[in-house]
Design a protein around this ligand. Structure first.
Ligand code: ATP
Ligand code: TYD
Length: 239
């Protein structure tokens, strides 16, 4: 497969057309950003760790009946995916209160959210990704009520599967963000699921194993990504 015209360069990934209709190549770059782009760095090999973990999760989710855009890896940082018509929503699932939900609402950091809480933000950097509700999503024409119901159902199923997989490796899935798109009429999981888009806490020590290490200068980001990627991907024991 040949990489063709650049389609989109985002904050951490670049998307290219290919010589195959309906297939794209996503390049996972080493750029890392936080706080709405306010903090930026390039961390060697970050892209390949995120690509590896994303590919592993997409494979695991597909085995468990979740439709994803993942096709295959070309090399450690280039992923072939089905082209989706992306829905501009950041769908966040939270099992434990942390991050913006603690800053914006009277939740105590670390408190359990049972059942999990879904928060949906509008993916629009110029508006700083404001939080939406169901009526706003439909009024803005971002998706239909039936699609929204499906998206929430898939998001909870992804959460259930990832909580189980990570728990077997001694990792608590605190929260994560996923994105969806349409392939024809089918809603598919797109983008990535990686240390950049999840909060992971070590079950024993409570240590952060994700982008919070970068956000809050908690330690060596690449050493953390390396260890957690190995812990997730090379895990022999799958639930
Ligand atoms: P953010 O960092 O806020 O998620 P971004 O646009 O800067 O935004 P990147 O991850 O750098 O994010 O860019 C990747 C882009 O590719 C995103 O806009 C994402 O929605 C889009 N994308 C992901 N998967 C697909 C797909 N299968 N088909 C088409 N576009 C996709
Ligand atoms: P959240 O607590 O809302 O954001 P922050 O603490 O960065 O202000 O984030 C919840 C989870 O979703 C966290 O694991 C990071 C992920 N996320 C993204 O990957 N991209 C985003 O644009 C947002 C809003 C969240």
């Amino acid at each position: 497969m040949k990489q063709k015209k650049l389609l989109y360069a985002g904050k951490a990934k670049t998307v290219y057309r290919t010589d195959t209709k309906g297939k794209l190549i996503v390049e996972f770059r080493d750029d890392i950003t936080a706080f709405d782009g306010g903090k930026k760095d390039v961390l060697k090999n970050k892209g390949s760790y995120n690509a590896e973990v994303s590919a592993f999760f997409f494979g695991y989710l597909a085995e468990n009946g979740v439709k994803t855009h993942f096709v295959k890896m070309l090399d450690p940082r280039h992923m072939v995916v089905h082209e989706l018509s992306m829905i501009p929503l950041e769908v966040i699932v939270r099992n434990i209160a942390a991050g913006s939900i603690v800053r914006n609402y009277p939740f105590k950091e670390g408190s359990k959210l049972n059942p999990p809480v879904i928060v949906i933000d509008y993916k629009d950097d110029s508006r700083h990704d404001p939080m939406l509700n169901d009526d706003l999503i439909v009024a803005l024409g971002l998706c239909t009520p039936a699609e929204l119901k499906k998206i929430k159902k898939i998001a909870l199923e992804v959460n259930r599967l990832l909580v189980k997989l990570l728990a077997a490796q001694g990792i608590t899935l605190v929260d994560f963000k996923i994105e969806f798109g349409r392939k024809g009429k089918t809603i598919c999981l797109g983008d990535e699921i990686s240390m950049d888009s999840m909060r992971l806490w070590d079950k024993k020590t409570g240590e952060s194993l994700d982008k919070d290490v970068y956000r809050f200068n908690k330690g060596d980001v690449m050493a953390t990504y390396n260890t957690v990627a190995a812990r997730i991907v090379h895990a022999k024991k799958r639930p």
